[in-house]
Design a protein around this ligand. Sequence first.
Ligand SMILES: *[C@@H]1O[C@H](CO)[C@@H](O)[C@H](O)[C@H]1NC(C)=O
Ligand SMILES: *[C@@H]1O[C@H](CO)[C@@H](O)[C@H](O)[C@H]1NC(C)=O
Length: 142
Amino acid sequence: MRCLVFLLFVALANAKVYQRCEWARVLKDHGMDKYLGISLADWVCLSQWESSYNTSATHHNTDGSTDYGIFQINSRWWCTDGLTPTQNACNINCSELLTDNVQVAIDCAKLIIMDSGISAWVAWRDHCKGHDLSPYLAGCGL
Ligand SMILES: *[C@@H]1O[C@H](CO)[C@@H](O)[C@H](O)[C@H]1NC(C)=O
Ligand SMILES: *[C@@H]1O[C@H](CO)[C@@H](O)[C@H](O)[C@H]1NC(C)=O
């Protein structure tokens, strides 16, 4: 029984769905506000449209690669899942992008924008670029 409770705890600790303002605060605490000139609202918008703030979100692409986690980071370029031939530029196992240790996803996202800019994310181009992003931080007190 104790073992079962422990396993249940591990399962719960391993994935997280953030509230919008909660996620904005985490991003800010990890130095994402104006990192390489990109605003906090851009990151919150991107996360909303990529994963709905769900760290365990995955999406399979037609090219055989998979997008992982709150930022939907792609297995062909940035991480390895043992399935897709990959550059693994962030030098991580894709499964590390699905836990509540969001440090891993944030560090990888910083590397992605250094390399490719925030336009690397299709959802950002489609839903955030050129839009009024103030609703994404509304009521957050940030
Ligand atoms: C988060 O994503 C996981 C994996 O796709 C899914 O099982 C879960 O229902 C999602 N949570 C919410 C609140 O949407
Ligand atoms: C990634 O981690 C998972 C879960 O810990 C493990 O099963 C898998 O073998 C690892 N994949 C690679 C390519 O290291």
